[in-house]
Design a protein. Structure first.
Lengths: 728, 215
């Protein structure tokens, strides 16, 4: 990175902002190719059993109805193997089995949306229903999915002077992105084009290739804009296969958009957990042991698991740790990564327990954490690349006014409101994967950079343009970054906070190579004012190459390319991904502070203000980072206080499958939110020095709020969400 | 884009309609001068008598004239069509979004005769003579509406999917005068959900645009 960094680190506005504020950004369902028709899914109304009959006569008699497809008439698809999670992925109408309430059992295709909706309602499905099991607290676990141990935790606990033994429960949460899952599928012979809402265009290619038994290069997936996802568009779900199947059957392009209700059945969710946690410590608050017995819901057909155990084994120095993660197979659809997957669920019990221990010992919660700060990662025995968690605590305490917190619970009032302050730490691992980016510099001095990544909201095109602009020595206006097309150079799934590190590093590599190519062209060109200059002494700024220390000696990319009769220069940048094995323990960290007010009589909790302090290493765009952090605090308020998918366990029906009854934060819930990023870079992580941001920002939010509720009320609610009912 | 309107849908066209079939969704235009008929499911020429005659077979359609972003449209549409689906599936105005189709999220917010409404809950055939403004109608001559500009300056969106509804709702909120304080803005914007969590910045943007209007 010999180039001056002007764009990276600057709070530049989003490059696609105008499209997004004028309605000009085209999301999946905004596409209507010529001749498009509409498909509406019919879902099962039982939780488990077999389909005994499907009567489509009334539906198919409606004018405009093209076809109703079910397992009775669906084409047989080739067998597929699931990659993740292990198990047998849900197929599109391949047999008569119903595995969960809301499973697609048929699809109605019609020339208009209204007719397709009506036709779907006319499809009569009869079942042989069996008793379904959907309650995690009333079902047996299937055995150890993940286990971990160091030392002898159970023995150390027996001899610990201070012990804590608690169980925390978290509700199922649904991602509920504003954009429902949607796809438009169009066949041209045996070639398939889809406009799909996806965080992973090339993942959808892989899935559809397997499902239909056609080569990957016969499939193109286009997804330039995503209306939020939070993980649930990181997998090609069965509705995408259904849409492509329907399009092939009716020989027309098909648009299929899930209803908001359907979004609760087949596109994943953050699973419910029961987390049994025991802590042992000495009188000084130094942890000696912990055990973690975790139960998580999963479907019967796939065994989903996520990193819920990680915070409990690496966040604090603890010589003896034992962990077991059991999945509980239920008649439900498969869970899926939701923002801060695993960590956001695992940090809640761990960080709540640390608060309980601090209270028990009469030690300040921050001081307790500092006493247990590890010198290296005890779960991997690797040194931390960077860990600025102490800085996060110190900065946060100062900026939030932590000294004003009364450690005695239920001791601060504001009229009818009980006031409390709480804090928690957060952590998320720095994932990196192989990625490529093409870089093309045109004769007019502008550059086009492309990679098959996505943007579900963080501003990928903007941050990538910043990296490219600096590496090429161009202004932001001279760079265009394109994404969201499977024909572009490969990129990993836009998830796990790995996009900036992975794709960003590939972009930088490509732009560095291209700049060096242009410099080589100049220094070897007798017509160039830079002829003969050492290539290492040449810098490019604003599209002009010049010699360091002799800024008047130089020329623009345009002149260089024109004189050499080059229409463009083009290279492919790449990034190899994380080294195997890792040499460092790589995580982003946070300290979250919350102040809440609880109505003493009504149990109503209002968050008054929050502060997040983050060690995410280099921040490419402070404006976008701020939005991500504030947005995650908002999401965390939902996780802590509002969000709870409610299932009727008689048949597995989700009773609040809509945005009026599944509560998410609204404008009226908003407190004052502030984010601070600790200065730093982490070049052990990746060549651009970032640690990832989108996940870590939500991880500590719910426990910080829960701890504040305890400080306000003296009531320790060991379940999320913390509702008024729980507090009364 | 919509398959149901010819390119000249928003201009004066007097071409005779092609003979529609039951399944037609090729747009037709009437000879009524400057009006477009959206084909939909109406069998035969768009006359009520025809619809009644085949009421058992085809869903009833109706003719309605309304103005969208200053352009007058006369359309014959399925009575079940919401204003949102009319905009999105027939008029190629896809800026208004369908987030829930149940009036709970506000992503479909448009102005009807100056009032903000959830277009997903509004039947299009009820809008005879109405003036509809969508996100696409806010910028004038390439000049962004002050609230659109404020959204960019405040970074008041991430994924952008709720943004159309937030901005149109914010325009309504400002016109209604519900911008006396942050708390008032929050209250009067609470019909518009943002799952990325940009509320704080949306409020700042509405406040900024409201202040500019007063000044």
């Amino acid at each position: 990175m010999s180039q001056p960094q002007a764009a990276v680190g600057a709070a530049v506005p989003r490059v696609d902002a105008r499209l997004r504020v004028t309605g000009g950004a085209k999301y999946a369902a905004d596409n209507s190719p010529d001749g498009v028709v509409h498909a509406v899914i019919v879902e099962s109304s039982i939780g488990r059993g077999r389909i005994t009959g499907i009567d489509t006569r009334a539906a198919e008699a409606r004018p405009g109805v093209l076809k109703v497809i079910s397992h009775l008439n669906a084409p047989k698809l080739p067998p597929v193997e699931g990659r993740f999670p292990p198990g047998k992925p849900l197929r599109a109408f391949q047999d008569d089995r119903v595995q969960f309430f809301g499973q697609p059992v048929a699809v109605a295709v019609a020339t208009t949306l209204e007719t397709a909706q009506h036709a779907a309602s006319l499809v009569k499905v009869s079942y042989d229903a069996e008793t379904s099991s959907t309650d995690i607290s009333d079902a047996d676990a299937a055995g150890g999915t993940q286990t971990y141990a160091r030392g002898d935790a159970d023995r150390a606990l027996d001899s610990a002077p201070v012990r804590l033994d608690t169980t925390y429960r978290t509700a199922r949460n649904h991602h509920n992105p504003m954009e429902p899952a949607g796809i438009v599928a169009q066949w041209d012979g045996d070639r398939l084009t889809v406009w799909e809402k996806t965080q992973y265009v090339q993942g959808t290619v892989f899935t559809l290739s397997g499902e239909f038994g056609i080569p990957p290069d016969h499939i193109r997936v286009i997804s330039p804009f995503i209306g939020g996802a939070f993980g649930n568009a990181a997998r090609a779900w069965v509705h995408s296969v259904i849409a492509a199947m329907a399009a092939r059957e009716v020989k027309r392009p098909v648009k299929l958009v899930l209803t908001r209700r359907q979004m609760y059945f087949t596109v994943g969710y953050r699973p419910a957990y029961e987390y049994g946690l025991r802590l042992g410590a000495d009188r000084g608050g130094r942890l000696t042991a912990s055990t973690h017995d975790v139960r998580a819901e999963s479907s019967r057909y796939e065994t989903y698991s996520e990193s819920v155990l990680v915070p409990g084994r690496m966040l604090y120095s603890t010589p003896n740790v034992r962990q077991a993660y059991d999945h509980v197979p239920l008649d439900v659809s498969t869970p899926w990564f939701m923002r801060g997957p695993g960590y956001a669920s695992g940090a809640y019990p761990v960080e709540s327990a640390m608060d309980e221990l601090a209270h028990e010992l009469g030690v300040d919660p921050i001081e307790l954490r500092l006493r247990n700060e590890p010198s290296d990662d005890e779960s991997s025995n690797l040194p931390f690349s960077t860990r600025r968690l102490r800085d996060c605590y110190r900065t946060g305490a100062r900026e939030f006014g932590w000294h004003r917190r009364n450690p005695k619970p239920r001791s601060t009032r504001d009229g009818d409101w009980l006031i409390g302050m709480g804090m928690a730490a957060g952590v998320y691992d720095t994932m990196r994967s192989e990625a490529q980016a093409s870089v093309r510099l045109d004769a007019d001095g502008t550059a086009l950079v492309q990679s098959a990544t996505s943007d579900m909201g963080p501003g990928t095109a903007t941050s990538m343009s910043q990296v490219a602009a600096d590496a090429l020595g161009l202004t932001m206006r001279q760079v265009t970054f394109r994404l969201g097309d499977s024909l572009m150079p490969p990129a990993p799934v836009h998830a796990g906070s790995q996009t900036m590190a992975s794709v960003g590093s590939a972009v930088q590599d490509g732009c560095d190579k291209l700049r060096k190519q242009a410099i080589a062209l100049a220094v070897n060109d007798k017509g160039s004012p830079l002829h003969g200059v050492d290539a290492a002494d040449i810098v490019v700024r604003g599209g002009r190459l010049y010699a360091k220390g002799e800024p008047t000696r130089g020329e623009t990319y345009q002149r260089l390319l024109a004189r050499n009769d080059r229409t463009h220069l083009e290279v492919l940048g790449s990034y190899a991904g994380a080294p195997e094995p890792e040499r460092f323990s790589l995580y982003a960290y946070s300290a979250i502070f919350a102040e809440v007010a609880v109505d003493a009589r009504l149990g109503l909790v209002r968050v008054r203000r929050m502060l997040g302090v983050y060690d995410a290493a280099r921040i490419v765009n402070p404006r976008l980072a701020d939005s991500q952090a504030i947005g995650a605090m908002t999401g965390g308020i939902g996780q802590a206080l509002l969000e709870h998918t409610v299932t009727d366990h008689r048949d597995g029906r989700i009773v609040n499958a809509n945005l009026a009854d599944y509560l998410v934060p609204t404008h009226a819930d908003m407190p004052d939110l502030k984010a601070i990023f600790i200065d730093g870079q982490d070049y052990e992580a990746d060549p651009i020095g970032v640690k990832g941001l989108g996940e870590v920002v939500i991880v500590g939010v719910a426990p910080a709020i829960a701890n504040a509720v305890f400080n306000a009320t003296g009531r320790r609610i060991r379940q999320l969400p913390i509702t008024a009912e729980a507090l009364l | 884009m919509s398959t149901e309107l010819p390119a000249e849908a928003e201009t004066s066209s007097v071409e005779p309609p092609p003979a529609p079939t039951r399944r037609t969704f090729i747009a037709t235009t009437t000879a009524a001068g400057g009006v477009a008929v959206v084909g939909g499911l109406v069998a035969g020429p768009p006359a009520l008598a025809v619809e009644e005659a085949v009421a058992d077979e085809v869903p009833p359609g109706s003719r309605v004239s309304l103005t969208v972003n200053g352009v007058r449209h006369t359309v014959t549409i399925d009575n079940r069509t919401s204003l949102l689906d009319l905009l999105r599936e027939h008029l190629d105005l896809t800026g208004s979004k369908k987030g829930c189709n149940a009036g709970a999220c506000g992503a479909c917010t448009v102005l009807v005769d100056g009032r903000r409404v959830n277009s997903c809950l509004t039947l299009a055939v009820r809008l005879e003579g109405a003036e509809v403004t969508t996100i696409e109608g806010l910028a004038k001559g390439g000049q962004l509406h002050p609230l659109q500009q404020a959204f960019i300056e405040q970074d008041a969106f991430q994924c952008g999917f709720c943004t159309s509804g937030q901005i149109v709702s914010g325009v309504g909120c400002i016109q209604e005068g519900h911008t006396g304080s942050r708390a008032e803005i929050r209250e009067w914007m609470s019909g518009n959900l943002c799952r990325c969590g940009c509320y704080v910045k949306i409020e700042r943007a509405v406040e900024q645009a409201a202040a500019g209007r007063k000044g």
